[in-house]
Write a protein that binds this ligand. Structure first.
Ligand code: PMP
Length: 424
């Protein structure tokens, strides 16, 4: 039964049982209205309340200012955000250049402005990607596909310093950052490869005067597990299905300086003239923000679950994410220590300097035949109700996803099994 197993799957991940019990009831009859939460209009007052509370609770838990950042509930998953982040921040770059060109030329003359803008696009538009694992690689490839490879700069490819495999983060001194990139992109935690940035990259920090690179991060698999310096980011996004809630929504947290009245996206006509891509309307942050995430039909049920997870987190850790971070670190330490105690039986995949606290990736080398050893490891762990441990199909091996819903006892059970399996 549900109570017996500890599920270490990478996403969708296990959700707290009490949240699911509340959600199951809400699905049938929300607050005695006779209608379930998935049946109520997304334009109803109760839906607006669910959205607004989830936004406020996210800001409270992660400790950022709702005055400075807009929370957007998006559709299309983390993958949709690969595209959305590119479209919106390239759009913002074009809008800034447009204003600058008009100012410099001292004219609104369309032909002149357009010629100058075209030149800036051709000579100056760059988007920067730091590739440290499968997901940042996919985001980089999506930007190449949608925007054109000539505009996409590979800051570093972590495989080049690790025998062609992901597992290390290249030293910042080797990063080839563009001058004035439209944005710099990285994935804070690589779910498939078990690589996590130990802290915010030094070279991307804002300068004393507040200027600095425009930074975007994919935090799909470690959001809500550690404190993040939100003010260093222009945009961060995450799919819900790991630490936040159920599959079906993604969240974008966007600095309000990228939204009207501070900045407006260029018109489709201008983008067309510049031969730049026009975003689908559902991926336009400006449109989603203006409509409080209700431009089109949003799954309020998924927002509700996310909201319940946040309420539970805030009830457990009233001071926010630091309390959860301490628990996540303790659980990860237990599991890594068990693996390290048996170098004859296990090989941890990523380098120690970049080990993820959320996705613990390792190989079972006991006995010499990895295939046989890993099959035995999976069979025996499953028999003990420790499930979902199979690594991603692209890399194989074992992956223990240590998301927030894994209790300390779950991590203890796994650590004990790791030890016993090695000794047996
Ligand atoms: N980024 C990361 C870090 C992920 O782990 C995932 C999915 N596992 C994605 C993006 C893609 O998310 P989705 O499947 O929601 O498109």
């Amino acid at each position: 039964s549900r109570a017996d197993i500890t599920y270490f799957g990478a996403g969708p991940a296990a959700l707290p049982t009490d949240v699911l019990e509340t959600a199951a009831q809400a699905l049938l009859d929300y607050q005695g209205t006779g209608l379930g939460i998935a049946e109520h209009s997304h334009r109803s007052e109760l839906a607006a309340k669910i959205i607004n509370e989830a936004k406020a609770d996210l800001a409270a838990y992660l400790d950022f200012s709702p005055e400075q950042y807009e929370v957007l509930f998006m559709q299309g998953g983390g993958t949709g955000e690969f595209a959305a982040s590119m479209y919106n921040l390239v759009g913002a770059w074009v809008a800034r250049q447009h204003a600058a060109v008009q100012k410099e030329l001292g004219t609104d003359d369309e032909a002149q402005v357009l010629a100058a803008l075209r030149e800036r696009v051709e000579n100056g538009l760059k988007v920067d990607y730091i590739v440290t694992g499968s997901w940042s690689l996919k985001a980089y490839q999506e930007a190449q596909r949608l925007l054109g490879p000539e505009y996409v700069n590979l800051v570093c490819d972590a495989r080049t310093i690790n025998d062609g495999k992901f597992g290390k983060i290249p030293d910042e001194s080797t990063w080839k950052l563009s001058k004035d990139a439209a944005y710099v992109y990285f994935c804070d935690n690589e779910t498939v490869d078990g690589v996590e940035f130990p802290s915010f990259p030094k070279v991307l920090e804002p300068k004393e005067d507040g200027t600095g690179p425009i930074v975007v991060a994919d935090m799909s698999s470690n959001i809500l597990s550690r404190r993040i310096p939100v003010n260093n980011y222009s945009l961060l996004f995450f799919g819900a299905q790991k630490n936040l809630g159920s599959t079906g929504i993604a969240v974008a947290v966007l600095k309000k300086t990228f939204l009207p009245p501070n900045l407006s996206q260029p018109s489709p006509a201008l983008l067309r003239k510049l031969a730049l891509p026009i975003p689908p309307i559902v991926l336009q942050y400006e449109i989603i923000a203006k409509n409080n995430s209700l431009y089109n039909t949003l799954s309020i049920f998924d927002v509700y679950i996310a909201g319940q997870v946040l309420k539970k987190l805030l009830a457990t850790f009233p001071n926010g994410v630091d309390g959860q971070q301490a628990v996540a670190e303790k659980k990860a330490e237990l599991i890594y220590a068990a693996l390290e105690a048996h170098p004859e039986a296990y090989k941890i995949v990523p380098d120690k300097s970049a080990r993820s606290k959320m996705n613990i990736c390792f190989r079972v080398i006991k006995g010499g035949d990895v295939d046989v050893a890993e099959k035995a490891f999976l069979k025996e762990s499953t028999a003990l109700n420790l499930t979902g441990l199979k690594g991603h199909r692209s890399v194989g091996g074992i992956r223990a996803s240590n998301y927030n819903s894994i209790p300390l006892e779950g991590a203890e059970k796994l650590a004990k099994f790791i030890d016993e399996f090695a000794k047996a």
